[in-house]
Design a protein around this ligand. Structure first.
Ligand code: ADP
Ligand code: MG
Length: 739
């Protein structure tokens, strides 16, 4: 990975607003030009107070008839404004002597704010104001997203300047302009150019309606969104091409080798879906190019064994593999499963499975590090500890990341960089290509078509193959957009014999019923999880809540061994509890969300989630996936408690409804996307700092489809224009996409 370019010349000291601009990523003229208004204010009119509706933001002009400081309920400045039609109270909780000076009795002022009715008559909280008179602007005023250190007026000026100076020349070749024109919806006139679209949105003319601007389907918006999507698709194609130019060891399954031996010892037959994705992965591994594949499959679909089979291929060829999981419990579970399956097969080869976590004793850790460095450890399983500096692999060929959405870009990159220095004879060429837009071998060929021979690839450093796994499936539009350069394999089938989980949503008032049901399950020899919500503000509160629940349930269920698991426990403590639960000795496990991912206890058949309204949809689905792993009929009870005297929020209700209506992870993901929007869905860590600012994948599918095709064409035929386009839109963010 080449590091993003950083400024080389010493810059003069920056003022506070300049620093704030930088913080918002508004550095280049084009960044400013592409910083679009959040909304607009209509300052073209002055409204009479009697005509102002409750909740409306208006501009009024009048005379101050009273100005005083009161102290009840707290210190505030109260100003009475009379515009001839009526009066309004202006209320300021924070104010300076300059306020009092400008708002003295008798002053004529122009005020802008939101009108609230109330017991005491009309009020405005913290309105903006200045002296009355002065010309009214003849166009809408843009309001930009900003930060505390950056006054709106300063930003407005900066944006206007950026817009004036930025190079907004056309980057799209005419054939792409034509194809874009054909997909833009509701266009009455010709296609907007980028320059016109930006002018239209930053500096709307006097006759443009507020509605047309704020509705992001306007053709000017569509032009911007299409450009943005194109830039994103381009940079992903380039990332893919750069990766394709790297080398990785070609790994093939040997007849009679570890892969076949592992299949033979598994206590079950693979599902058709597992076989299919296994083949997809095997054919990636056989190529001398690093694999970059996401394996998605609903909770319980059996991803672990697919990963183990991939690892077997690599280990058989004499290479090392690493498996990284987000939590110690999960890593531990993988470790014991993989040891069980693989160690008998590895021992005759003189190889072992190593184990690495943060909480490990120094002695054991040193021992493990030595095994890894010598290559004796063919497989390394662990948490984030796997990517720490001291960990030196002898010859890492395959890196597997479980629950990859829990890791950040930097961590994925770190794992990829773990390929040992001696892995290839050829070292990295001194001048690596700066970007994949136009390589040293002339204009690139179509990136998605057949690959040329391997002969030219030796100049780049080696990389391990990368397999990422997730139980949070990515809806198709997101996969196309965010992961355009990622190969995706999907396990779309659960192992046979599972009965679907029945989900019930219940109010807290029926808690006793739930407890009764737990007793019945345990009496039948089944096991139960009870999940307490994480209390965001306070870990201590969180803990006391879980502890209290544990005590209550222990009392309510005499004769049932009730365990407790929370994040403050040490790893050995957690492990001891988990082991008891796994062994079936413990009927009920009360836990905070530490059990969220991947825990596998097939005998557990009931999942109770308290304060389910506080959880996100994918989290609920993950938690529910802890049951229904065996043949027994399983259930999930979502207990909700509305806030005191209130109602659940709309989104909370939607989430609970979705949970009760479907068990399908893809459908859940689709609804989650609908409820939350893609930015939140992916998390900014994931998406490379919210790559899409304007396009909305829920509504702009037509533009995304265009961008996908356009990117391929543009890169093949107009690489320079493509590079210019991507640089304009993404600047230094492009680096993120490569992870
Ligand atoms: P996940 O995809 O959620 O990581 P796991 O890999 O933990 O799922 O698998 C869930 C359970 O199903 C495990 O107990 C695993 O051993 C079992 N399993 C996996 N594949 C099969 C199969 N083909 N037939 C039966 N059981 C399977
Ligand atoms: Mg798993």
């Amino acid at each position: 990975m080449s590091a993003p370019a950083v400024g080389k010349t010493a810059a003069p000291a920056l003022s506070a607003p300049q620093k704030a601009l930088r913080k918002l990523g508004l550095v280049r003229d084009i960044d400013l030009a592409l910083h679009l208004p959040l909304r607009y204010e209509d300052e073209t009119r002055i409204v009479r107070l009697t005509e102002a509706r409750e909740g409306q933001t208006v501009q009024v002009e009048g005379m101050v008839t009273n100005c005083e400081i009161t102290f009840r309920p707290r210190r505030q400045l109260l100003v009475t404004l009379d515009d001839g039609s009526d009066t309004c109270t202006l209320r300021f909780f924070s104010f300076y002597p300059s306020h009092q000076k400008a708002l003295v009795e008798g002053a004529r002022i122009r005020v802008r704010g939101e009108v609230r009715g109330g017991f005491m008559g009309r009020t405005m909280m913290h309105p903006s104001f200045h002296a009355a008179g002065g010309e009214l602007p003849d166009a809408l005023t843009p309001v930009y997203p900003t930060s505390a250190q950056l006054p709106q007026a300063y930003l407005r000026k900066a944006v206007a300047g950026g817009l004036r100076r930025a190079d907004l020349s056309e980057t799209l070749p005419s054939e792409l302009l034509r194809s874009l024109e054909a997909v833009v919806q509701n266009a009455e006139g010709p296609l907007f150019t980028l320059r016109d679209a930006l002018r239209y949105l930053h500096q709307p003319g006097p006759d443009v309606s507020l509605h047309a601007l704020e509705d992001r389907t306007h053709p000017a918006w569509q032009r911007l969104k299409a450009e943005e999507l194109l830039a994103q698709q381009l940079s992903q194609l380039v990332a893919k091409r750069e990766r394709d130019a790297l080398r990785a060891p070609a790994l093939r399954a040997k007849p009679g080798g570890l892969h076949e031996q592992l299949l033979a010892v598994l206590p079950f037959a693979l599902t058709a879906a597992q076989r299919r994705v296994g083949d997809e992965i095997a054919s990636d591994l056989a190529r001398p190019v690093p694999m970059h594949r996401l394996l998605q499959g609903d909770v319980g679909s059996g991803k672990t064994v697919v990963a183990a089979l991939a690892a077997a291929i690599a280990m058989d060829a004499g290479w090392q593999c690493a498996l990284m999981a987000p939590t110690e419990i999960l890593a531990e579970q993988h470790f014991s499963k993989l040891i069980g399956w693989l160690e008998p097969l590895l021992t005759p080869l003189g190889k072992r499975v190593a184990w690495l976590t943060g909480s490990q004793k120094k002695k054991q850790r040193t021992e493990m590090l030595a095994l890894i460095a010598s290559g004796e450890a063919a497989l390394v399983v662990g948490t984030h500890a796997v990517i720490q500096d001291q960990v030196q692999f002898q010859n890492l060929a395959l890196a597997i990341i479980d629950e990859q959405h829990r890791f950040g870009v930097a961590q994925r990159l770190a794992l990829r960089s773990k390929m040992g220095p001696g892995a290839f004879e050829e070292t990295q060429a001194p001048e690596r290509r700066r970007s994949g837009f136009a390589g040293p071998r002339g204009p690139p060929a179509l990136p998605l078509e057949g690959r040329s021979g391997d002969a030219n690839r030796a100049s780049d450093g080696g990389e391990p193959h990368l397999l990422m796994m997730t139980a949070t499936p990515i809806p198709r539009t997101l996969a196309m957009s965010y992961y355009a350069d990622l190969d995706v394999s999907t396990i779309d089938e659960l192992p046979p014999g599972r009965t679907p989980i029945v989900t019930k949503v219940m109010s807290d008032q029926r808690r006793d019923e739930v407890v009764e049901r737990i007793g019945a399950q345990v009496a039948e020899g089944r096991q139960v999880y009870w999940v307490c919500p994480l209390i965001e503000e306070s870990e201590a509160l969180d803990l006391s809540n879980a502890t209290q629940t544990h005590a209550d349930l222990s009392e309510a269920l005499p004769g049932v061994l009730v365990g407790l698991l929370h994040s403050r426990m040490t790893s050995p403590e957690k492990k001891a509890v988990m082991d008891m639960f796994k062994a079936g000795h413990m009927g009920l496990l009360v836990s905070t969300t530490v059990i969220e991912v991947g825990v596998d206890v097939p005998n557990a058949s009931l999942m109770v989630i308290e304060h389910a309204e506080r959880f996100g949809l994918s989290q609920l689905h993950q938690l529910r996936g802890r049951v229904g792993r065996g043949a027994a009929a399983s259930a999930c009870v979502l207990i909700y408690s509305p806030p005191d005297g209130g109602r659940l929020s709309e989104t909370a209700r939607e989430r609970l409804k979705a949970m009760s209506e479907t068990n399908d992870g893809f459908e859940i993901a689709r609804r989650d996307l609908e409820i939350r929007g893609p930015g939140e869905f992916m998390g900014s860590r994931q998406s490379g700092a919210a790559m899409l600012r304007f396009a909305d994948l829920a509504t702009d599918g037509h533009l995304l489809a265009w961008a996908r095709e356009a990117a391929v064409q543009m890169l093949a035929r107009y690489p320079e224009a493509a590079e210019k386009h991507a640089a304009r839109w993404l600047g230094s963010k492009a680096e993120f996409l490569k992870a």
